[in-house]
Design a protein around this ligand. Structure first.
Ligand code: DHB
Ligand code: FE
Length: 280
């Protein structure tokens, strides 16, 4: 059976895409951010996962305010990145795994999550920046991907608990897939940030570090938060933390923290990176 071996988290700040393209890895502004990633690269080199399930949020590239599904699962053979207007060079085609996508869709619908199924899906910085940070250029790193999009843009957003439960349903579905795939699950976005309004630039280090601590052994505590708690404590866009909750749900009860990095600010955002190994 397929197996989820770990969870990875990463922020998805668009400016990172530009810095990556310009190879600013040793630039003083960027170094403390990029320096967080090599230990994860080493772990990925050792483990060689086959598939990355990526919980991310679309920011208006694939879905817009006129049609905004709460949960959407990609079921395409490939996914294209398109220009969003941030000035980030678009990056190559991402490989999908449609058989595993449909197995997950069957599983979560049977479990009561009536998702939007996407046989075509354009992916934005919410997906491309974390995948690029972990696997570099597509041509060199043919990781198969399953994009799973959760609405963090237009209220009402699904609660942290609902996303955690959604992740658990995905974990159960993967565990029943008749294959030998080693799977990693990405929780992207966050941590605290607010891009507009009177609190633009808001960052809450204490709250972020509490979330990074509790997501390891006490996700139940975080599941008690409401979306409005997240907006108040982490900023309007800090509500992207629900994507981390979905990732944590997919990992099962016990995880071991192997690595973390926290750096503020990158652009307007607190950048959080974690590697959580399953079953420890
Ligand atoms: C920024 C952060 C985001 O999460 C995003 O989607 C867009 C911009 C930022 O900090 O610039
Ligand atoms: Fe975002």
């Amino acid at each position: 059976m397929a197996e989820i071996i770990a969870g990875l988290t990463s922020s998805h700040i668009p400016a990172v895409g530009n810095a990556y393209a310009r190879k600013l890895f040793d630039d003083p502004y960027w170094k403390p951010f990029f320096d967080g990633y090599p230990p994860v690269h080493q772990w990925l080199d050792e483990q060689q996962p086959d598939v990355a399930i990526v919980f991310y949020n679309d920011h208006g590239l694939n879905f817009f305010l006129d049609k905004m599904p709460t949960f959407s699962i990609g079921a395409a053979p490939t996914y294209e990145n398109k220009d969003e207007g941030w000035g980030i060079p678009t990056i190559g085609t991402f490989q999908g795994h449609p058989e595993l996508s449909w197995h997950i869709i069957d599983g979560v619908v049977a479990d009561g999550f009536d998702v939007c199924t996407c046989q075509e899906m354009a992916v934005d910085h919410g997906f491309t920046v974390p995948v690029q940070l972990f696997w570099g250029d597509r041509e060199e790193n043919p990781i198969k991907t399953i994009p799973i999009c959760i609405n963090t843009v237009q209220h009402p957003l699904p609660s942290p608990r609902r996303c955690w439960e959604f992740g658990k349903a995905i974990g159960r579905a993967v565990a029943s897939f008749p294959g030998a795939e080693k799977v990693v699950v990405l929780g992207t976005g966050g941590l605290s940030h607010q891009l507009d309004g009177t609190r633009a630039g808001f960052i809450n280090k204490e709250f972020d570090l509490m979330c990074m601590d509790k997501i390891v052994d006490e996700p139940e505590t975080l599941a008690k938060l409401s979306v409005m708690d997240l907006v108040r404590e982490a900023g309007a866009q800090g509500a992207e933390f629900i994507l981390w909750m979905a990732m944590r749900g997919a990992l099962g009860d016990k995880v071991k923290e192997l690595h973390r990095n926290y750096h503020i600010p990158i652009s307007n955002t607190a950048a959080g990176l974690m590697l959580l190994e399953c079953g420890a």
